[in-house]
Design a protein around this ligand. Structure first.
Ligand code: NAG
Ligand code: NAG
Ligand code: NAG
Ligand code: NAG
Ligand code: NAG
Ligand code: NAG
Ligand code: NAG
Ligand code: NAG
Ligand code: NAG
Ligand code: NAG
Length: 491
Protein backbone atom coordinates (compact mmCIF):
# COMPACT_ATOMS: atom_id res chain seq x y z
CA UNK A 1 0.00 0.00 0.00
CA UNK A 2 2.71 2.44 0.88
CA UNK A 3 4.85 1.56 -2.08
CA UNK A 4 5.60 4.97 -3.39
CA UNK A 5 7.51 6.23 -6.33
CA UNK A 6 8.02 9.80 -7.32
CA UNK A 7 10.54 11.11 -9.72
CA UNK A 8 13.39 13.09 -8.45
CA UNK A 9 14.26 11.77 -11.72
CA UNK A 10 -7.50 38.66 -18.39
CA UNK A 11 -8.07 39.15 -21.86
CA UNK A 12 -8.42 36.15 -24.03
CA UNK A 13 -7.56 35.82 -27.65
CA UNK A 14 -8.12 32.52 -29.39
CA UNK A 15 -5.16 32.05 -31.65
CA UNK A 16 -5.21 28.47 -32.72
CA UNK A 17 -7.17 25.32 -32.97
CA UNK A 18 -5.78 21.85 -33.38
CA UNK A 19 -7.33 19.64 -35.94
CA UNK A 20 -7.60 16.07 -34.73
CA UNK A 21 -8.09 14.79 -38.28
CA UNK A 22 -4.57 13.58 -38.83
CA UNK A 23 -3.13 10.13 -39.29
CA UNK A 24 -3.41 8.40 -35.94
CA UNK A 25 -0.24 7.65 -34.05
CA UNK A 26 1.00 4.10 -33.62
CA UNK A 27 3.67 2.33 -31.62
CA UNK A 28 6.40 3.08 -34.15
CA UNK A 29 5.26 6.69 -34.59
CA UNK A 30 3.80 7.50 -31.19
CA UNK A 31 3.75 11.28 -31.74
CA UNK A 32 0.76 13.47 -32.54
CA UNK A 33 0.87 16.12 -35.23
CA UNK A 34 2.63 19.28 -34.11
CA UNK A 35 0.47 21.48 -31.90
CA UNK A 36 1.34 25.15 -32.41
CA UNK A 37 1.28 27.69 -29.62
CA UNK A 38 1.64 31.46 -29.73
CA UNK A 39 4.53 31.12 -27.29
CA UNK A 40 7.21 28.65 -26.24
CA UNK A 41 5.87 26.23 -23.63
CA UNK A 42 8.73 26.79 -21.17
CA UNK A 43 6.44 26.13 -18.22
CA UNK A 44 3.28 24.05 -18.15
CA UNK A 45 0.87 22.99 -15.44
CA UNK A 46 -2.35 21.04 -15.21
CA UNK A 47 -5.27 23.22 -14.21
CA UNK A 48 -6.88 20.76 -11.80
CA UNK A 49 -10.22 22.53 -11.64
CA UNK A 50 -10.84 22.43 -15.41
CA UNK A 51 -8.60 19.64 -16.67
CA UNK A 52 -6.86 22.00 -19.10
CA UNK A 53 -3.24 23.19 -19.31
CA UNK A 54 -1.84 26.59 -18.49
CA UNK A 55 1.36 27.31 -20.37
CA UNK A 56 3.74 30.23 -20.17
CA UNK A 57 7.03 31.57 -21.49
CA UNK A 58 8.43 34.90 -20.25
CA UNK A 59 7.65 38.58 -20.83
CA UNK A 60 7.85 37.78 -24.53
CA UNK A 61 6.42 34.83 -26.41
CA UNK A 62 9.77 33.64 -27.72
CA UNK A 63 12.52 35.36 -25.81
CA UNK A 64 13.26 36.55 -22.31
CA UNK A 65 15.02 39.47 -20.77
CA UNK A 66 16.02 40.73 -17.40
CA UNK A 67 14.39 44.10 -17.64
CA UNK A 68 11.72 42.85 -15.22
CA UNK A 69 8.85 44.17 -17.23
CA UNK A 70 6.43 42.43 -14.89
CA UNK A 71 4.53 40.77 -17.73
CA UNK A 72 4.10 37.08 -18.61
CA UNK A 73 2.84 35.64 -21.88
CA UNK A 74 0.51 32.75 -21.06
CA UNK A 75 -1.83 30.41 -22.93
CA UNK A 76 -4.64 28.11 -21.95
CA UNK A 77 -4.74 24.86 -23.91
CA UNK A 78 -8.17 23.25 -23.74
CA UNK A 79 -7.42 19.52 -23.91
CA UNK A 80 -11.02 18.70 -24.82
CA UNK A 81 -11.47 20.86 -27.88
CA UNK A 82 -7.85 21.68 -28.78
CA UNK A 83 -8.30 25.44 -28.51
CA UNK A 84 -5.34 27.59 -27.51
CA UNK A 85 -6.11 31.02 -26.05
CA UNK A 86 -3.37 33.60 -25.50
CA UNK A 87 -3.30 35.93 -22.50
CA UNK A 88 -0.78 38.54 -21.54
CA UNK A 89 -0.76 38.72 -17.74
CA UNK A 90 0.46 42.01 -16.30
CA UNK A 91 -1.70 42.73 -13.27
CA UNK A 92 0.44 40.56 -10.98
CA UNK A 93 3.50 42.59 -12.11
CA UNK A 94 5.37 39.31 -12.32
CA UNK A 95 7.51 37.98 -15.17
CA UNK A 96 7.07 34.30 -14.30
CA UNK A 97 10.08 33.04 -16.23
CA UNK A 98 12.43 30.70 -14.25
CA UNK A 99 10.14 30.42 -11.22
CA UNK A 100 9.38 27.88 -8.53
CA UNK A 101 6.02 26.16 -9.19
CA UNK A 102 3.89 24.16 -6.76
CA UNK A 103 0.29 22.94 -6.77
CA UNK A 104 -1.28 23.28 -3.35
CA UNK A 105 -3.98 21.31 -1.53
CA UNK A 106 -6.76 23.16 -3.41
CA UNK A 107 -5.19 22.86 -6.84
CA UNK A 108 -3.98 26.45 -6.86
CA UNK A 109 -0.76 26.95 -8.81
CA UNK A 110 1.74 28.95 -6.75
CA UNK A 111 4.42 30.56 -8.90
CA UNK A 112 7.26 32.33 -7.10
CA UNK A 113 10.17 34.43 -8.30
CA UNK A 114 11.97 34.22 -11.61
CA UNK A 115 12.71 37.32 -13.58
CA UNK A 116 10.53 39.45 -11.33
CA UNK A 117 12.44 37.87 -8.55
CA UNK A 118 10.49 38.65 -5.39
CA UNK A 119 6.95 38.24 -6.72
CA UNK A 120 4.40 35.50 -6.14
CA UNK A 121 1.42 34.84 -8.40
CA UNK A 122 -1.36 32.32 -7.89
CA UNK A 123 -3.51 30.76 -10.60
CA UNK A 124 -6.73 29.67 -8.94
CA UNK A 125 -8.21 27.74 -11.88
CA UNK A 126 -9.67 30.84 -13.55
CA UNK A 127 -7.27 33.73 -13.26
CA UNK A 128 -3.92 34.92 -11.92
CA UNK A 129 -3.89 36.73 -8.58
CA UNK A 130 -1.01 38.68 -7.02
CA UNK A 131 0.28 37.38 -3.67
CA UNK A 132 2.85 38.40 -1.06
CA UNK A 133 6.47 38.98 -2.08
CA UNK A 134 9.08 36.46 -0.95
CA UNK A 135 11.46 37.66 1.75
CA UNK A 136 14.43 36.65 -0.42
CA UNK A 137 14.21 37.36 -4.17
CA UNK A 138 14.97 34.28 -6.25
CA UNK A 139 15.12 32.73 -9.72
CA UNK A 140 15.77 29.09 -10.63
CA UNK A 141 14.87 28.07 -7.11
CA UNK A 142 12.68 25.03 -6.51
CA UNK A 143 9.59 24.89 -4.35
CA UNK A 144 7.37 22.14 -3.00
CA UNK A 145 4.07 21.85 -1.19
CA UNK A 146 4.53 20.19 2.22
CA UNK A 147 2.23 18.10 4.41
CA UNK A 148 0.75 21.06 6.31
CA UNK A 149 -0.22 22.77 3.04
CA UNK A 150 2.49 25.43 3.06
CA UNK A 151 4.99 25.90 0.21
CA UNK A 152 8.72 25.51 0.94
CA UNK A 153 11.36 27.07 -1.30
CA UNK A 154 15.17 27.23 -1.26
CA UNK A 155 18.03 28.35 -3.53
CA UNK A 156 17.71 30.52 -6.63
CA UNK A 157 20.76 32.78 -7.05
CA UNK A 158 20.07 33.01 -10.78
CA UNK A 159 17.97 36.11 -10.03
CA UNK A 160 17.78 38.60 -7.20
CA UNK A 161 21.38 38.59 -6.02
CA UNK A 162 23.89 35.84 -5.44
CA UNK A 163 24.11 33.66 -2.34
CA UNK A 164 22.28 33.48 0.96
CA UNK A 165 19.21 31.87 -0.62
CA UNK A 166 18.18 30.02 2.52
CA UNK A 167 14.78 28.43 2.91
CA UNK A 168 11.49 30.20 3.38
CA UNK A 169 7.92 29.08 3.53
CA UNK A 170 4.61 30.43 2.27
CA UNK A 171 1.32 30.25 4.12
CA UNK A 172 -1.49 30.82 1.60
CA UNK A 173 -4.19 31.55 4.11
CA UNK A 174 -2.11 34.26 5.78
CA UNK A 175 -0.60 35.27 2.40
CA UNK A 176 2.78 35.44 4.12
CA UNK A 177 6.32 34.21 3.49
CA UNK A 178 8.48 33.42 6.56
CA UNK A 179 12.22 32.83 6.59
CA UNK A 180 13.53 29.49 7.84
CA UNK A 181 17.03 30.42 9.00
CA UNK A 182 17.72 26.81 10.00
CA UNK A 183 17.33 25.66 6.37
CA UNK A 184 20.57 26.87 4.84
CA UNK A 185 21.24 26.63 1.11
CA UNK A 186 24.97 26.30 1.77
CA UNK A 187 25.24 22.50 2.21
CA UNK A 188 23.33 21.71 -0.99
CA UNK A 189 25.52 23.81 -3.30
CA UNK A 190 26.92 22.08 -6.37
CA UNK A 191 30.41 22.67 -7.71
CA UNK A 192 29.01 24.42 -10.78
CA UNK A 193 31.59 26.12 -12.99
CA UNK A 194 29.20 29.07 -13.09
CA UNK A 195 29.77 29.56 -9.36
CA UNK A 196 27.20 30.42 -6.73
CA UNK A 197 25.01 32.05 -9.39
CA UNK A 198 24.27 28.51 -10.60
CA UNK A 199 25.18 26.22 -7.74
CA UNK A 200 21.98 26.66 -5.70
CA UNK A 201 19.62 26.28 -8.68
CA UNK A 202 16.85 23.74 -9.28
CA UNK A 203 17.01 21.74 -6.05
CA UNK A 204 15.27 18.36 -6.31
CA UNK A 205 12.78 18.78 -3.48
CA UNK A 206 10.37 16.06 -2.35
CA UNK A 207 7.85 16.56 0.41
CA UNK A 208 7.68 13.69 2.87
CA UNK A 209 6.17 12.89 6.29
CA UNK A 210 5.56 15.45 9.02
CA UNK A 211 6.47 18.58 7.09
CA UNK A 212 9.84 17.25 5.98
CA UNK A 213 11.42 17.83 2.58
CA UNK A 214 14.13 15.68 1.05
CA UNK A 215 16.64 17.52 -1.13
CA UNK A 216 17.88 14.67 -3.31
CA UNK A 217 19.93 16.67 -5.77
CA UNK A 218 21.32 18.05 -7.91
CA UNK A 219 24.30 17.98 -5.53
CA UNK A 220 25.35 14.43 -4.64
CA UNK A 221 25.00 15.41 -0.98
CA UNK A 222 21.38 14.98 0.04
CA UNK A 223 19.62 16.63 2.96
CA UNK A 224 16.45 16.52 4.99
CA UNK A 225 14.83 19.86 5.69
CA UNK A 226 12.53 20.07 8.67
CA UNK A 227 10.22 23.02 8.09
CA UNK A 228 8.88 23.26 11.63
CA UNK A 229 9.70 26.33 13.74
CA UNK A 230 12.72 28.14 12.34
CA UNK A 231 13.60 25.11 10.25
CA UNK A 232 16.49 22.70 10.57
CA UNK A 233 18.40 20.31 8.35
CA UNK A 234 20.10 16.92 8.51
CA UNK A 235 22.55 15.28 6.12
CA UNK A 236 20.76 12.41 4.32
CA UNK A 237 23.69 10.70 2.59
CA UNK A 238 25.36 10.92 -0.78
CA UNK A 239 23.77 9.77 -3.98
CA UNK A 240 26.30 7.06 -4.75
CA UNK A 241 26.89 3.35 -4.67
CA UNK A 242 25.38 2.59 -1.28
CA UNK A 243 23.12 -0.18 -0.10
CA UNK A 244 20.28 -2.16 -1.56
CA UNK A 245 17.21 0.01 -2.05
CA UNK A 246 13.67 -1.22 -2.16
CA UNK A 247 10.66 0.51 -3.55
CA UNK A 248 10.34 4.01 -2.30
CA UNK A 249 11.24 7.22 -3.89
CA UNK A 250 13.06 6.97 -7.17
CA UNK A 251 15.35 9.38 -8.91
CA UNK A 252 16.54 9.97 -12.40
CA UNK A 253 19.15 12.62 -12.83
CA UNK A 254 20.10 14.80 -15.74
CA UNK A 255 23.02 12.77 -17.01
CA UNK A 256 23.23 9.18 -18.12
CA UNK A 257 23.61 8.10 -14.49
CA UNK A 258 20.48 7.09 -12.66
CA UNK A 259 19.81 6.18 -9.07
CA UNK A 260 16.97 4.71 -7.13
CA UNK A 261 16.56 6.39 -3.77
CA UNK A 262 14.54 4.76 -1.03
CA UNK A 263 13.04 7.02 1.56
CA UNK A 264 11.62 5.86 4.87
CA UNK A 265 11.50 8.24 7.81
CA UNK A 266 12.39 11.91 7.70
CA UNK A 267 15.80 12.65 9.18
CA UNK A 268 17.09 9.13 8.54
CA UNK A 269 19.72 8.54 5.86
CA UNK A 270 18.19 7.44 2.56
CA UNK A 271 19.30 4.35 0.66
CA UNK A 272 20.77 4.79 -2.77
CA UNK A 273 21.14 2.22 -5.51
CA UNK A 274 22.99 3.05 -8.70
CA UNK A 275 21.03 1.91 -11.76
CA UNK A 276 22.25 1.02 -15.20
CA UNK A 277 23.04 4.13 -17.18
CA UNK A 278 20.52 5.50 -19.60
CA UNK A 279 21.28 4.81 -23.24
CA UNK A 280 21.75 8.52 -23.93
CA UNK A 281 23.41 11.12 -21.77
CA UNK A 282 21.03 13.99 -21.21
CA UNK A 283 21.04 17.46 -19.75
CA UNK A 284 17.84 19.52 -19.82
CA UNK A 285 15.69 16.39 -20.23
CA UNK A 286 12.33 15.74 -18.60
CA UNK A 287 11.15 12.64 -16.73
CA UNK A 288 7.44 11.85 -16.49
CA UNK A 289 6.05 9.08 -14.30
CA UNK A 290 3.27 7.13 -16.02
CA UNK A 291 0.21 5.47 -14.46
CA UNK A 292 1.85 2.04 -14.68
CA UNK A 293 4.93 3.19 -12.77
CA UNK A 294 7.23 3.33 -15.75
CA UNK A 295 9.13 6.53 -16.32
CA UNK A 296 9.25 8.28 -19.66
CA UNK A 297 12.48 10.20 -20.18
CA UNK A 298 12.45 12.63 -23.05
CA UNK A 299 14.71 15.19 -24.69
CA UNK A 300 17.89 16.79 -23.52
CA UNK A 301 21.35 17.02 -24.99
CA UNK A 302 24.51 15.03 -24.52
CA UNK A 303 26.42 18.31 -24.10
CA UNK A 304 24.56 20.95 -22.13
CA UNK A 305 24.73 24.05 -24.30
CA UNK A 306 21.82 26.44 -23.99
CA UNK A 307 19.97 27.79 -27.04
CA UNK A 308 21.12 25.15 -29.50
CA UNK A 309 19.67 21.85 -30.68
CA UNK A 310 23.11 20.44 -31.45
CA UNK A 311 23.84 17.08 -29.86
CA UNK A 312 20.17 16.65 -28.98
CA UNK A 313 19.22 13.26 -27.52
CA UNK A 314 16.46 12.40 -29.99
CA UNK A 315 15.71 8.93 -28.64
CA UNK A 316 13.48 8.95 -25.55
CA UNK A 317 13.71 6.09 -23.06
CA UNK A 318 11.40 4.21 -20.74
CA UNK A 319 12.57 3.07 -17.32
CA UNK A 320 10.81 0.01 -15.98
CA UNK A 321 10.74 -0.25 -12.17
CA UNK A 322 10.34 -4.06 -12.37
CA UNK A 323 13.43 -4.74 -14.45
CA UNK A 324 15.20 -1.50 -13.50
CA UNK A 325 16.20 -1.23 -17.15
CA UNK A 326 15.96 1.57 -19.70
CA UNK A 327 14.46 0.84 -23.12
CA UNK A 328 14.85 3.10 -26.13
CA UNK A 329 11.71 4.44 -27.82
CA UNK A 330 10.90 5.85 -31.27
CA UNK A 331 12.66 9.08 -32.16
CA UNK A 332 11.37 12.52 -31.23
CA UNK A 333 9.92 14.58 -34.09
CA UNK A 334 11.49 17.77 -32.66
CA UNK A 335 14.48 18.28 -30.34
CA UNK A 336 13.40 19.20 -26.81
CA UNK A 337 16.29 20.78 -24.98
CA UNK A 338 16.82 23.79 -22.73
CA UNK A 339 13.44 25.35 -21.81
CA UNK A 340 11.39 22.33 -22.84
CA UNK A 341 8.63 20.85 -20.69
CA UNK A 342 6.75 17.56 -20.34
CA UNK A 343 3.66 16.58 -18.41
CA UNK A 344 1.37 13.56 -17.98
CA UNK A 345 -2.11 14.22 -19.38
CA UNK A 346 -5.38 12.86 -17.98
CA UNK A 347 -5.72 10.39 -20.86
CA UNK A 348 -2.36 8.77 -19.94
CA UNK A 349 -0.48 10.37 -22.83
CA UNK A 350 2.34 12.89 -22.36
CA UNK A 351 2.61 16.52 -23.43
CA UNK A 352 6.16 17.23 -24.70
CA UNK A 353 6.82 20.79 -25.79
CA UNK A 354 8.98 23.88 -25.92
CA UNK A 355 12.69 24.50 -26.01
CA UNK A 356 14.68 27.58 -26.92
CA UNK A 357 13.50 31.03 -25.82
CA UNK A 358 16.77 32.37 -27.17
CA UNK A 359 17.67 35.98 -26.48
CA UNK A 360 18.12 36.30 -30.24
CA UNK A 361 16.23 34.79 -33.23
CA UNK A 362 17.28 31.19 -33.35
CA UNK A 363 16.48 27.77 -34.76
CA UNK A 364 16.19 26.24 -31.32
CA UNK A 365 12.93 28.10 -30.61
CA UNK A 366 10.00 25.68 -30.58
CA UNK A 367 6.58 27.30 -30.22
CA UNK A 368 4.95 23.90 -30.24
CA UNK A 369 4.36 20.55 -28.58
CA UNK A 370 3.62 16.95 -29.50
CA UNK A 371 1.54 14.45 -27.59
CA UNK A 372 3.33 11.16 -26.95
CA UNK A 373 1.20 8.01 -26.80
CA UNK A 374 2.93 5.32 -24.70
CA UNK A 375 3.03 1.68 -25.87
CA UNK A 376 0.36 0.66 -23.35
CA UNK A 377 -2.27 2.38 -25.50
CA UNK A 378 -1.66 0.06 -28.47
CA UNK A 379 -2.46 -3.61 -28.98
CA UNK A 380 0.50 -5.90 -29.63
CA UNK A 381 0.20 -5.18 -33.37
CA UNK A 382 1.38 -1.66 -32.52
CA UNK A 383 -1.40 -0.03 -34.51
CA UNK A 384 -4.81 -0.92 -33.06
CA UNK A 385 -5.72 1.29 -30.12
CA UNK A 386 -5.81 -0.83 -26.96
CA UNK A 387 -9.21 -1.38 -25.36
CA UNK A 388 -9.13 0.78 -22.28
CA UNK A 389 -10.99 0.10 -19.06
CA UNK A 390 -13.59 2.75 -18.27
CA UNK A 391 -14.20 4.17 -14.82
CA UNK A 392 -17.92 4.85 -14.99
CA UNK A 393 -18.35 6.25 -11.49
CA UNK A 394 -16.39 7.37 -8.45
CA UNK A 395 -18.66 7.49 -5.42
CA UNK A 396 -16.50 9.87 -3.41
CA UNK A 397 -14.08 11.88 -5.58
CA UNK A 398 -13.40 14.28 -2.69
CA UNK A 399 -11.94 12.48 0.30
CA UNK A 400 -9.29 12.62 3.00
CA UNK A 401 -5.87 11.00 3.22
CA UNK A 402 -6.26 7.42 4.51
CA UNK A 403 -9.91 7.00 3.52
CA UNK A 404 -11.24 4.49 1.01
CA UNK A 405 -12.56 5.30 -2.41
CA UNK A 406 -15.29 3.42 -4.28
CA UNK A 407 -14.83 3.04 -8.01
CA UNK A 408 -17.22 1.46 -10.49
CA UNK A 409 -15.97 0.08 -13.80
CA UNK A 410 -18.18 -0.05 -16.87
CA UNK A 411 -17.70 -3.83 -17.25
CA UNK A 412 -16.91 -6.80 -15.01
CA UNK A 413 -13.27 -7.82 -14.98
CA UNK A 414 -12.66 -11.12 -16.73
CA UNK A 415 -10.70 -13.94 -15.15
CA UNK A 416 -7.75 -13.47 -17.50
CA UNK A 417 -7.54 -9.75 -16.76
CA UNK A 418 -5.43 -8.24 -14.03
CA UNK A 419 -6.93 -5.10 -12.51
CA UNK A 420 -4.69 -2.55 -10.82
CA UNK A 421 -5.11 1.09 -9.84
CA UNK A 422 -2.75 3.97 -9.34
CA UNK A 423 -2.95 7.61 -8.44
CA UNK A 424 -0.65 10.21 -9.97
CA UNK A 425 -0.58 13.72 -8.51
CA UNK A 426 -1.36 16.53 -10.94
CA UNK A 427 1.81 18.37 -11.74
CA UNK A 428 3.73 21.22 -13.33
CA UNK A 429 6.98 21.33 -15.27
CA UNK A 430 9.65 23.88 -16.06
CA UNK A 431 13.44 23.76 -16.41
CA UNK A 432 13.38 19.96 -15.84
CA UNK A 433 11.89 20.49 -12.38
CA UNK A 434 8.60 18.89 -11.42
CA UNK A 435 8.28 18.62 -7.65
CA UNK A 436 4.55 17.96 -7.85
CA UNK A 437 4.51 14.61 -9.64
CA UNK A 438 4.38 11.44 -7.61
CA UNK A 439 2.60 8.11 -7.98
CA UNK A 440 1.07 5.65 -5.53
CA UNK A 441 -0.27 2.17 -6.13
CA UNK A 442 -3.71 1.59 -4.65
CA UNK A 443 -4.86 -2.02 -4.48
CA UNK A 444 -8.49 -2.84 -5.17
CA UNK A 445 -10.84 -4.97 -3.12
CA UNK A 446 -13.79 -6.23 -5.08
CA UNK A 447 -17.20 -5.47 -3.58
CA UNK A 448 -19.13 -6.64 -6.67
CA UNK A 449 -17.96 -7.61 -10.16
CA UNK A 450 -17.71 -3.92 -11.11
CA UNK A 451 -17.41 -2.08 -7.76
CA UNK A 452 -14.01 -1.81 -6.14
CA UNK A 453 -12.91 -0.27 -2.89
CA UNK A 454 -9.44 1.25 -2.80
CA UNK A 455 -7.62 1.96 0.43
CA UNK A 456 -5.48 5.07 0.26
CA UNK A 457 -2.16 5.65 2.07
CA UNK A 458 -2.56 7.13 5.54
CA UNK A 459 0.47 9.40 5.48
CA UNK A 460 0.01 12.81 3.83
CA UNK A 461 3.77 12.75 3.24
CA UNK A 462 3.03 9.93 0.78
CA UNK A 463 -0.44 10.90 -0.49
CA UNK A 464 0.34 14.63 -0.51
CA UNK A 465 -3.06 16.38 -0.49
CA UNK A 466 -4.27 18.15 -3.61
CA UNK A 467 -5.65 16.99 -6.95
CA UNK A 468 -4.70 13.56 -8.24
CA UNK A 469 -5.49 11.52 -11.33
CA UNK A 470 -6.91 8.07 -10.61
CA UNK A 471 -6.22 5.41 -13.26
CA UNK A 472 -7.62 1.89 -13.51
CA UNK A 473 -5.41 -0.52 -15.47
CA UNK A 474 -6.47 -3.80 -17.06
CA UNK A 475 -3.46 -5.90 -17.99
CA UNK A 476 -1.47 -2.66 -17.89
CA UNK A 477 -3.76 -0.66 -20.18
CA UNK A 478 -4.79 2.52 -18.35
CA UNK A 479 -8.22 4.09 -18.32
CA UNK A 480 -8.63 7.80 -18.75
CA UNK A 481 -8.14 9.45 -15.38
CA UNK A 482 -10.81 10.46 -12.94
CA UNK A 483 -10.06 13.57 -10.91
CA UNK A 484 -9.73 12.99 -7.17
CA UNK A 485 -9.35 15.76 -4.60
CA UNK A 486 -7.39 14.47 -1.61
CA UNK A 487 -7.88 16.60 1.47
CA UNK A 488 -5.60 16.61 4.50
CA UNK A 489 -6.40 14.05 7.19
CA UNK A 490 -8.49 15.09 10.18
CA UNK A 491 -6.10 16.42 12.81
C1 NAG B 1 2.57 4.58 -38.15
O1 NAG B 1 2.40 5.99 -38.30
C2 NAG B 1 3.27 6.58 -39.27
C3 NAG B 1 3.07 8.07 -39.21
O2 NAG B 1 1.74 8.40 -39.32
C4 NAG B 1 2.96 5.98 -40.63
O3 NAG B 1 3.84 6.54 -41.58
C5 NAG B 1 3.14 4.48 -40.58
O4 NAG B 1 2.74 3.92 -41.79
C6 NAG B 1 2.29 3.88 -39.45
N1 NAG B 1 2.61 2.48 -39.32
C7 NAG B 1 1.68 1.53 -39.40
C8 NAG B 1 2.14 0.13 -39.22
O5 NAG B 1 0.51 1.80 -39.56
C1 NAG C 1 2.38 37.06 -28.24
O1 NAG C 1 1.54 36.33 -29.09
C2 NAG C 1 0.23 36.84 -29.18
C3 NAG C 1 -0.61 35.87 -29.99
O2 NAG C 1 0.00 35.61 -31.21
C4 NAG C 1 0.26 38.24 -29.78
O3 NAG C 1 -1.05 38.77 -29.84
C5 NAG C 1 1.12 39.12 -28.89
O4 NAG C 1 1.26 40.41 -29.48
C6 NAG C 1 2.50 38.51 -28.69
N1 NAG C 1 3.16 39.26 -27.66
C7 NAG C 1 4.42 39.68 -27.75
C8 NAG C 1 4.97 40.45 -26.60
O5 NAG C 1 5.10 39.45 -28.73
C1 NAG D 1 -13.28 25.36 -26.74
O1 NAG D 1 -13.04 25.78 -25.39
C2 NAG D 1 -12.81 27.19 -25.27
C3 NAG D 1 -12.48 27.47 -23.84
O2 NAG D 1 -11.34 26.76 -23.43
C4 NAG D 1 -14.02 27.95 -25.72
O3 NAG D 1 -13.76 29.33 -25.65
C5 NAG D 1 -14.36 27.58 -27.15
O4 NAG D 1 -15.57 28.17 -27.50
C6 NAG D 1 -14.49 26.07 -27.30
N1 NAG D 1 -14.64 25.78 -28.73
C7 NAG D 1 -15.47 24.88 -29.19
C8 NAG D 1 -15.47 24.69 -30.67
O5 NAG D 1 -16.19 24.23 -28.45
C1 NAG E 1 -5.05 12.52 -25.35
O1 NAG E 1 -5.30 13.90 -25.20
C2 NAG E 1 -4.63 14.73 -26.11
C3 NAG E 1 -4.92 16.18 -25.74
O2 NAG E 1 -6.26 16.43 -25.71
C4 NAG E 1 -5.09 14.39 -27.53
O3 NAG E 1 -4.38 15.18 -28.44
C5 NAG E 1 -4.82 12.94 -27.79
O4 NAG E 1 -5.34 12.59 -29.05
C6 NAG E 1 -5.45 12.04 -26.75
N1 NAG E 1 -4.97 10.68 -26.97
C7 NAG E 1 -5.68 9.60 -26.67
C8 NAG E 1 -5.06 8.30 -26.97
O5 NAG E 1 -6.77 9.69 -26.15
C1 NAG F 1 -12.98 23.16 -23.10
O1 NAG F 1 -13.72 22.74 -24.18
C2 NAG F 1 -14.86 21.98 -23.84
C3 NAG F 1 -15.49 21.48 -25.14
O2 NAG F 1 -15.71 22.55 -26.01
C4 NAG F 1 -15.80 22.83 -23.02
O3 NAG F 1 -16.91 22.05 -22.62
C5 NAG F 1 -15.07 23.33 -21.79
O4 NAG F 1 -15.89 24.20 -21.05
C6 NAG F 1 -13.80 24.06 -22.17
N1 NAG F 1 -13.04 24.38 -20.99
C7 NAG F 1 -13.01 25.60 -20.49
C8 NAG F 1 -12.21 25.77 -19.24
O5 NAG F 1 -13.59 26.51 -20.99
C1 NAG G 1 13.30 31.38 15.83
O1 NAG G 1 14.40 32.26 15.85
C2 NAG G 1 14.15 33.47 16.56
C3 NAG G 1 15.35 34.39 16.37
O2 NAG G 1 16.53 33.69 16.61
C4 NAG G 1 13.86 33.15 18.01
O3 NAG G 1 13.56 34.32 18.72
C5 NAG G 1 12.68 32.21 18.10
O4 NAG G 1 12.47 31.78 19.42
C6 NAG G 1 12.91 30.98 17.24
N1 NAG G 1 11.67 30.20 17.17
C7 NAG G 1 11.64 28.89 17.36
C8 NAG G 1 10.30 28.24 17.25
O5 NAG G 1 12.64 28.25 17.63
C1 NAG H 1 29.05 -0.37 -6.76
O1 NAG H 1 28.22 -1.47 -6.52
C2 NAG H 1 28.57 -2.61 -7.27
C3 NAG H 1 27.51 -3.67 -7.05
O2 NAG H 1 27.15 -3.74 -5.71
C4 NAG H 1 29.98 -3.07 -6.89
O3 NAG H 1 30.33 -4.16 -7.68
C5 NAG H 1 30.96 -1.93 -7.13
O4 NAG H 1 32.22 -2.27 -6.67
C6 NAG H 1 30.50 -0.67 -6.39
N1 NAG H 1 31.32 0.46 -6.77
C7 NAG H 1 31.82 1.31 -5.87
C8 NAG H 1 32.61 2.44 -6.40
O5 NAG H 1 31.61 1.19 -4.68
C1 NAG I 1 5.43 12.00 12.46
O1 NAG I 1 5.32 12.58 13.74
C2 NAG I 1 4.58 11.80 14.66
C3 NAG I 1 4.43 12.61 15.94
O2 NAG I 1 5.65 13.14 16.33
C4 NAG I 1 5.32 10.47 14.90
O3 NAG I 1 4.58 9.67 15.77
C5 NAG I 1 5.47 9.75 13.56
O4 NAG I 1 6.25 8.59 13.73
C6 NAG I 1 6.15 10.65 12.55
N1 NAG I 1 6.11 9.97 11.24
C7 NAG I 1 7.20 9.70 10.56
C8 NAG I 1 7.02 8.93 9.30
O5 NAG I 1 8.30 10.06 10.93
C1 NAG J 1 28.60 18.05 -29.84
O1 NAG J 1 29.34 16.98 -29.30
C2 NAG J 1 30.66 16.89 -29.78
C3 NAG J 1 31.30 15.69 -29.12
O2 NAG J 1 30.49 14.59 -29.25
C4 NAG J 1 31.43 18.13 -29.47
O3 NAG J 1 32.71 18.05 -30.07
C5 NAG J 1 30.69 19.33 -30.00
O4 NAG J 1 31.36 20.51 -29.57
C6 NAG J 1 29.27 19.35 -29.50
N1 NAG J 1 28.56 20.46 -30.05
C7 NAG J 1 28.03 21.38 -29.26
C8 NAG J 1 27.32 22.52 -29.93
O5 NAG J 1 28.06 21.29 -28.07
C1 NAG K 1 -18.14 1.85 -0.66
O1 NAG K 1 -18.57 0.54 -0.90
C2 NAG K 1 -18.75 -0.22 0.28
C3 NAG K 1 -19.05 -1.66 -0.15
O2 NAG K 1 -20.14 -1.70 -1.01
C4 NAG K 1 -19.87 0.41 1.10
O3 NAG K 1 -20.02 -0.30 2.31
C5 NAG K 1 -19.48 1.86 1.40
O4 NAG K 1 -20.56 2.50 2.05
C6 NAG K 1 -19.20 2.60 0.12
N1 NAG K 1 -18.67 3.95 0.43
C7 NAG K 1 -19.00 5.01 -0.29
C8 NAG K 1 -18.37 6.32 0.13
O5 NAG K 1 -19.72 4.96 -1.26
Amino acid sequence: MNLFQAFIVAFGLVVGCVSYEHSPSNATHPWSERIDFPLIPVAVSMIPQTGDLVIWSAYKNESFGVDASGVTQTAIYNLTNGTVAHYSVDHTEHDMFCPGISLDFKGRIIVSGGDTEEKTSIFDGESWKPAADMKIPRGYQASTTITDGRIFTIGGSFSGGIGGKDGEIYDLEADEWTLLPGCSAEPMLTKDAGGLYRSDNHAWLFAWSNGSVLQAGPSPRMHWFDTRGNGSMTFAGTRANDSDAMTGMAVIIATSNAHLITVRKPGEPVNVEALDNMHSARAFANAVILPDGKVFIVGGQSHPIVFTDENASMIPEMWDPKTKKFTELPELPTPRNYHSSALLLPNATVFVGGGGLCPWKCDANHLDAHIYTPPYLFESDGVTPATRPIISHVANPILKVGQTINVTLSKPVESNQKLTFSMVRMASSTHTVNTDQRRVNVSPQAATSTLFTLGLPRDPGVLLPGYWHLFAMLNGVPSEAETILVEPPLA
